[in-house]
Design a protein around this ligand. Structure first.
Ligand SMILES: [Zn+2]
Length: 337
C-alpha cells in the first residue's frame, strides 16, 4: 500500500486538487443552483410537522377530533370516520391501511359501517373500499362514479348515490355537507364538511405543516387549485383532514395558501426578468436546442425556489424537496397563459 501511494503520489495529488477546484467552482458560481437536485437544501423538519409514529402491532394512528369523529393515519395517508346513531360512516378506504381501518373503527364502536364517502377516484385513497363488502351505500360525485364505472376495479366498487354540485347528507344524527369546486386536484374531488363538529376534509390539496407534493399534488387544473383555497377558508373549521401529512388547523391552511401564492408570485417575478432574446442568441449555436431551453427553465425554477425556500424553509416541512417542481410548473404556466 505504502509503495502504491509513493508511486502514484503525484497523480493522487492532481486528482485531489481537481476535486477541490471543482467543488470551489460549484460553490461560487450559479452552477450551484442549476446543478442542485431538489433536496440539496436538506433542511430539518420543523418539530410540529413530525408525522405520527405508528405502533407496528396496530399499523395505524387514531385520534379523536370531536365526539364520535376520528382521524386515522397509515403514516403515508390519512382519512377519517364518523360514528352515527346506529352505524359508522367512513370516508375513503386507504390501501395503506387495508383491513386495519376496520380494526381502528372496532376500537371505538361495534356499529356496522353502512356508508362510505369517496373523496375522489384515486386508488391510493379508496383502493381498499372492497373490504366493507356489498351491503353498503357508496356516495361520490357524478364524475367519480363515471371514472370508476370505466375503471371496472373490483377494489373500488361503483358509487350507489351520486350528486352533481353539492348535497347535504343526514345520517343517524350527523349532518355532512358535500361540495364540488372543480378539478383543483382531479375531476370529481369533493369537500366533505361536518358543520356541527367543525371538521373539514378535502383530499390532496393542502398538506398541513408540510408542502404539497410534486407540482401542487399533480393538480389537474391550476386555476381551480389556486381558487379552492378561498373556498376552503370560507368554511368554519377547527380540524382539517387533507389526506397526507398532518392533521391540520385553520391556520395551517392559511399558511399553505400563503406558501402556494408565494410560489405563484415568485415564479411571475422570475419570469418577468428573463432576457429571452439573449437566451435565444446563446442557444442558437447549440445543435441540440433543448439544452438551451432546459437551462433557461431550470435557471428560472432555481431562482424562484431560492426566494421561496428563504421565506418558508423553517416553517413548513418538505420545502426543500418539492418547491422546485411547483416553481417549474408555475413557470410553464407563466409561459403559456
Ligand atoms: Zn388523489
Amino acid at each position: 500500500m505504502k509503495s502504491f501511494i509513493k508511486k502514484h503520489l503525484s497523480k493522487l495529488l492532481v486528482g485531489l486538487v481537481a476535486i477541490l477546484a471543482l467543488w470551489v467552482v460549484i460553490l461560487v458560481t450559479p452552477i450551484n443552483g442549476y446543478l442542485s437536485l431538489s433536496g440539496i437544501y436538506n433542511l430539518p423538519i420543523p418539530e410540529e410537522a413530525a408525522t405520527y409514529s405508528i405502533d407496528p402491532e396496530k399499523g395505524y394512528y387514531l385520534e379523536k377530533m370531536s365526539e364520535g369523529v376520528y382521524f386515522v393515519s397509515s403514516h403515508s395517508h390519512n382519512t377519517m370516520f364518523i360514528e352515527a346513531k346506529e352505524s359508522v360512516i367512513v370516508i375513503d378506504a386507504l390501501p395503506s391501511l387495508g383491513e386495519k381501518y376496520l380494526n381502528a373503527i372496532r376500537t371505538v364502536t361495534d356499529k356496522p359501517v353502512n356508508h362510505i364517502i369517496y373523496s375522489h377516484n384515486h386508488n391510493d385513497h379508496i383502493g381498499a373500499a372492497h373490504i366493507f363488502g356489498d351491503n353498503i351505500e357508496i356516495i361520490a360525485h357524478d364524475i367519480t362514479a363515471q371514472k370508476l364505472a370505466h375503471a371496472k376495479d373490483p377494489n373500488r366498487p361503483i358509487p350507489t348515490i351520486t350528486f352533481e354540485n353539492d348535497t347535504i347528507l343526514k345520517i343517524g344524527g350527523r349532518t355532512i355537507e358535500l361540495a364540488y369546486y372543480g378539478a383543483a386536484h382531479s375531476p370529481g374531488n369533493i369537500a366533505i364538511y361536518l358543520p356541527d363538529e367543525k371538521v373539514l376534509c378535502v383530499i390532496d390539496i393542502a398538506f398541513p405543516k408540510w408542502v404539497p407534493v410534486h407540482e401542487f399534488a399533480v393538480a389537474e387544473d391550476l386555476e381551480a387549485y389556486f381558487g379552492i383555497y378561498e373556498k376552503i377558508l370560507a368554511y368554519d373549521f377547527t380540524h382539517f383532514v387533507g389526506g397526507h401529512a398532518h392533521l391540520g388547523s385553520y391556520q395551517d391552511i392559511v399558511d399553505q395558501r400563503n406558501y402556494v401564492f408565494d410560489i405563484k408570485k415568485s415564479a411571475a417575478e422570475v419570469f418577468a426578468t428573463v432576457d429571452f432574446a439573449g437566451l435565444g442568441e446563446k442557444a442558437a449555436g447549440i445543435p441540440n436546442q433543448y439544452v438551451g431551453v432546459n437551462f433557461g427553465l431550470n435557471k428560472m425554477a432555481c431562482d424562484c425556489e431560492k426566494k421561496v425556500v428563504d421565506k418558508w424553509g423553517e416553517k413548513l416541512a418538505g420545502v426543500d424537496v418539492f418547491t422546485r417542481s411547483h416553481c417549474l410548473k408555475m413557470i410553464f404556466n407563466e409561459a403559456t397563459e
